[in-house]
Write a protein that binds this ligand. Structure first.
Ligand code: GLC
Length: 753
C-alpha cells in the first residue's frame, strides 16, 4: 500500500499532460448528468430542506463530544456542511446520519482551514510566494489535500488570494504578496494541487478562493477595515488572482469581511452577480466568511438579521458560515416575496453541484483504509524544499555560506520555537514534529553553542544578554534567529510598528559590539523593518515562518548545501510610515527622484520653503523601499548583458520577443529569477510605472552565459478602464528584464492599433 501511495503521490506531482478535449467532453457529460440529478433532488425538497443546505455549521475542533442537538439538526436536514469536525469518528457518524436518516439523504461536506499544510506544515503562503515557483504552491496544496482528505476533510478555505500592499496587515502572512501576475500564477497552482486532476478523487478537496474581494486593501493595514477600490483597481489588481483560480475551476468562493466603497462584500450584488457570475461564469458556490453576513448590521448596511438575509440572498450568497440569518429568515422572506424561491433554488443547485463533483453522493464516507498519510517522507522533503526555495537572502557581506568548521553561536528567540516556526493557520500541525534550527544543528554535527538570549519574540528582559555576549565572544560567527511569534501575524493581528518586537534589536546591537560577524535570520509573518540594525549585521536571511522543516532548510542554506532561492513577493519597507508601498505604483505628476531629494538631516538650516524639490517623497526616509519587490540574493552573481526586442513596433494580437544574455560571474553554480516588466507610458487612465509580465528560473554553471527570451503578447498589455472596458491601447512601452523591480536592462517598443 505504501509504495502505491508514494507512486500515486509522485504521479500527482508530475505535471502529466491532460487531453484537454477528452477532459472537456467528460466534464460536460458529467455536468449534464449532475444537472439532471440536481433537478430531481430539488423537486423533492421542501423549503426547509433547501434552506438546510445553505447552512455551514461550525464546531470547535477541540470538542470532545458530539452534541445531540447538532446530530438532530443533521438528521432533520438543517445542515449542508460542517466546519472543524476533527474526530474522524464524528465525521463518520454525522455523515451516516445525513446519508441514511435526513429527508433527502444529501451528504455533508466537511471543511477545514488547510492553508499551508495540514499536518506537514509548509512555509506560510507569503513565504511560498517568495519562491516564485508554481510547483511549490501546487505541491504544498497536493500534500495538504492528501493528508487532510484522509481524515474526511473534503473542502478547504484556501487559497487566500488577497493582494496585499501593507505589511502592517496581519493577514499579509497568508497572502500571495503585492503583485497580481505572480498571485495569479500561484492561485491557479494552489487550486490544481488541492483539487487534483479530478474533484471526485478521494484525495481531492474543494478549493475556496478567498476573500472575495479587496480584503488586503484595508485602510491602515487594520484587519477587517474599510476598502475604497475603484473599478480599474479592482479589475487590474485585486480580481486577476480570483479569475485565475476560477479558470482553474476553483469549486467555491468566500466573501470577505470588508466593505468595498460602502457595500460589504457579503451583500454586494455587483461583485457576486455582475462580476462573479455574469463576467467570470462561476458555477460553484459562494460561502460567507465567519458571521460576515450578520456583521452587515455592524457595518451599518443591514437593519437586523432579517434584513441581513434579504441583502445577502439578493446579492447571491449561497451558503452562510456559522451564523443563522438564512435559517431564521429565508422562509419568511420568500413568503413575503422579498426573496424568491428561484433564488434559493439557485443556491441549492450550486451547492449540490459541488457535492456531486466531489463524488460525495457515490462515496459519502471517507476511505477508512486510506490511513492517515501524515508526515510521509516525501511530504517532509517537499516541505523542506519549499522552505529553501522561499528563503530570501537580503544581505551578504561575504559571510555566507559558512564554513562547516566554523564555531557558531546560535542565539535568538526563534532558534528553537517549534510552534511559532510553523506560523499562522497551523490548526493541525504538531510542534513536536517541527525541526527547529537548534534541532538541525544538533543532528548535522555542527560545531555550535546555543543560548536563547530571549525566551520569546516579545521578551523585554535583558537577563541573558551577558551570557549571550560571552558565548558569542568564543565563537567565529553569530547566527541570530529573530522574528515574530506566530500570534503576531494572521487574522486580527495587524501591527502599527513592524520592527522586531521586544529587546531583539538591543541584543543584536550588544552582540555586534563583540566584532563577530552576525547572520540575522528572520522568522516572521511579514517583512520586518530592520533599518536600525542592518549595519550591525553582515548577512540577512528571511525565512518567513518556514514550517515543519524550516530548521533543516536553514541549516542547508547557512552551510551552502543549498542556495537561498527566494525573491521578495512584497516590497520591504524602511519603516511602517511608508506603508502602503508597492512597486507597481503610479508615476504621479511629481515623481520622486534622486536629483531633487534632500535627506532631512542634510537640509540647510533656514532652507527656503520650496528649495527641497517638491516631489512625492518623505524628507526622513526618501522614496524607495529598503528592498524592492522581486529582490533576493544567491551565492553567486550575475551580469545582465544587452537587451534586444524582436520588433520596434507590434500590432494588436501580435507578440514581441525580448532577449537578454546573462552571465554567471561567480564561482558557484546558481539560479536566477529573471524578471520581465513593462510600462504603458501613456494611457486613457494612468498606468503603473512597472508591471511584472513574466519571470523565469534559470540555472547557470560558474562563468556560464545564457540567452534568456520572453515572448510578450500584446494581450498582456490590456487593462480595464473606468468604463470596465478591458483593452490594450496604442502607444509607447518601456520594457525591462532584470533581477528585480528596481533594476534591469531597458528597451522600448510601440504598440500600433
Ligand atoms: C476566519 C477567516 C477565514 C476562515 C474562516 C473559517 O474568520 O477570515 O479566512 O477560512 O474564518 O475559519
Amino acid at each position: 500500500m505504501k509504495n502505491y501511495c508514494i507512486l500515486y503521490i509522485l504521479l500527482c506531482f508530475l505535471s502529466c499532460s491532460k487531453n484537454e478535449q477528452i477532459e472537456k467532453e467528460v466534464t460536460n457529460k458529467s455536468d449534464e448528468k449532475y444537472e439532471k440529478v440536481i433537478n430531481e433532488l430539488l423537486s423533492k425538497m421542501t423549503l426547509e430542506d433547501k434552506i438546510g443546505q445553505t447552512n455551514l455549521r461550525g464546531t470547535s475542533s477541540r470538542a470532545k463530544t458530539l452534541s445531540e442537538e447538532l446530530k438532530q439538526q443533521v438528521r432533520e436536514g438543517k445542515v449542508g456542511a460542517l466546519l472543524n469536525v476533527m474526530k474522524t469518528e464524528f465525521v463518520d457518524e454525522l455523515q451516516k446520519i445525513a446519508v441514511e436518516e435526513s429527508p433527502n439523504k444529501i451528504p455533508l461536506i466537511f471543511a477545514r482551514d488547510v492553508i499551508h499544510g495540514f499536518k506537514t506544515m509548509f512555509p506560510i503562503p507569503l513565504g511560498m510566494a517568495a519562491s516564485w515557483d508554481e510547483d511549490v504552491a501546487r505541491t504544498s496544496s497536493r500534500v495538504a489535500a492528501i493528508e487532510s482528505s484522509s481524515v474526511g476533510i473534503r473542502w478547504t478555505f484556501a487559497p487566500m488570494l488577497d493582494i496585499a500592499r501593507d505589511s502592517r496587515w496581519g493577514r499579509i502572512a497568508e497572502s500571495p504578496g503585492e503583485d497580481p501576475y505572480l498571485a495569479s500564477i500561484l492561485g491557479k497552482a494552489y487550486v490544481e494541487g488541492f483539487q487534483g486532476d479530478s474533484l471526485n478523487d478521494p484525495t481531492s478537496i474543494a478549493a475556496c478562493a478567498k476573500h472575495y474581494i479587496g480584503y488586503g486593501a484595508a485602510i491602515g493595514g487594520r484587519d477587517y477595515n474599510t476598502t475604497i477600490i475603484s473599478k480599474p483597481l479592482l479589475h487590474n489588481v485585486y480580481l486577476p488572482p480570483f479569475e485565475s483560480a476560477l479558470n482553474a475551476k476553483a469549486a467555491t468562493v468566500m466573501t470577505a469581511f470588508n466593505e468595498i466603497n460602502g457595500i460589504p462584500a457579503t451583500g454586494n450584488q455587483y461583485l457576486l452577480k455582475d462580476v462573479l457570475r455574469d463576467k467570470l461564469k462561476f458555477d460553484g458556490f459562494v460561502v460567507s466568511d465567519w458571521e460576515s453576513t450578520i456583521e452587515m448590521i455592524a457595518h451599518g448596511y443591514a437593519k437586523d438579521e432579517k434584513h441581513v438575509a434579504e441583502l445577502a440572498a439578493n446579492a447571491g450568497l449561497d451558503m452562510e458560515m456559522t451564523s443563522k440569518a438564512y435559517e431564521n429568515n429565508l422562509k419568511t422572506l420568500i413568503e413575503e416575496g422579498k426573496v424568491s424561491e428561484d433564488q434559493l433554488n439557485e443556491f441549492v443547485k450550486n451547492i449540490l453541484r459541488i457535492k456531486l463533483r466531489l463524488g460525495l453522493f457515490e462515496t459519502p464516507y471517507r476511505d477508512a483504509t486510506n490511513e492517515a498519510k501524515f508526515y510521509e517522507k516525501l511530504h517532509l522533503e517537499k516541505a523542506k524544499e519549499a522552505a529553501i526555495k522561499s528563503t530570501v537572502m537580503l544581505k551578504n557581506k561575504g559571510v555566507l555560506p559558512l564554513a562547516k568548521t566554523s564555531k557558531i553561536a546560535l542565539i535568538g528567540p526563534m532558534a528553537n520555537a517549534p510552534l511559532d516556526q510553523m506560523g499562522t493557520w497551523t490548526f493541525d500541525g504538531e510542534k513536536e514534529k517541527t525541526i527547529t534550527p537548534l534541532d538541525a544543528f544538533k543532528t548535522a554535527n555542527i560545531n555550535y553553542n546555543y543560548v536563547a538570549g530571549l525566551s520569546h519574540s516579545r521578551d523585554l528582559s535583558k537577563k541573558e544578554f551577558k551570557k549571550s555576549v560571552a558565548m558569542a565572544r568564543t565563537s567565529d560567527v553569530i547566527v541570530f534567529v529573530a522574528g515574530e511569534e506566530a500570534i503576531l501575524s494572521g487574522e486580527a493581528h495587524s501591527r502599527a510598528s513592524i520592527d522586531l518586537p521586544g529587546t531583539q534589536e538591543n541584543l543584536i546591537k550588544a552582540l555586534a559590539k563583540t566584532g563577530k560577524p552576525i547572520v540575522l535570520v528572520i522568522m516572521a509573518g511579514r517583512p520586518i523593518t530592520i533599518t536600525n540594525i542592518i549595519d550591525d549585521v553582515d548577512a540577512v536571511l528571511m525565512s518567513w515562518h518556514p514550517g515543519t522543516m524550516g530548521g533543516e532548510a536553514l541549516q542547508e542554506i547557512l552551510f551552502g548545501l543549498s542556495e537561498p532561492q527566494g525573491r521578495l513577493p512584497i516590497s520591504w519597507p524602511k519603516t511602517a510610515g511608508q506603508l502602503p508601498y508597492f512597486y507597481n505604483h503610479k508615476n504621479t505628476g511629481r515623481p520622486a527622484n534622486r536629483e531633487d531629494y534632500v535627506a532631512m538631516y542634510d537640509i540647510p538650516i533656514g532652507a527656503w520653503q520650496s528649495s527641497l524639490g517638491n516631489d512625492s517623497h518623505y524628507l526622513d526616509v526618501g522614496y524607495t523601499p529598503h528592498f524592492p519587490f522581486g529582490y533576493g540574493l544567491g551565492y553567486t552573481s550575475f551580469k545582465y548583458n544587452k537587451i534586444e526586442v524582436s520588433k520596434d513596433t507590434i500590432r494588436f494580437n501580435e507578440d514581441i520577443i525580448i532577449n537578454v544574455t546573462i552571465t554567471n560571474t561567480g564561482k558557484r553554480a546558481g539560479k536566477e529569477v529573471v524578471q520581465l516588466y513593462v510600462q504603458d507610458i501613456v494611457g486613457s487612465i494612468t498606468r503603473p510605472v512597472r508591471e511584472l509580465k513574466g519571470f523565469q528560473h534559470i540555472t547557470f554553471e560558474p562563468g556560464e552565459t545564457k540567452e534568456v527570451s520572453f515572448i510578450l503578447s500584446s494581450n498582456a498589455l490590456k487593462f480595464t478602464n473606468h468604463e470596465s472596458v478591458k483593452a490594450a491601447e496604442e502607444g509607447h512601452f518601456n520594457v525591462w528584464i532584470g533581477p528585480h523591480s528596481a533594476s534591469g536592462l531597458k528597451s522600448t517598443f510601440y504598440l500600433k492599433d
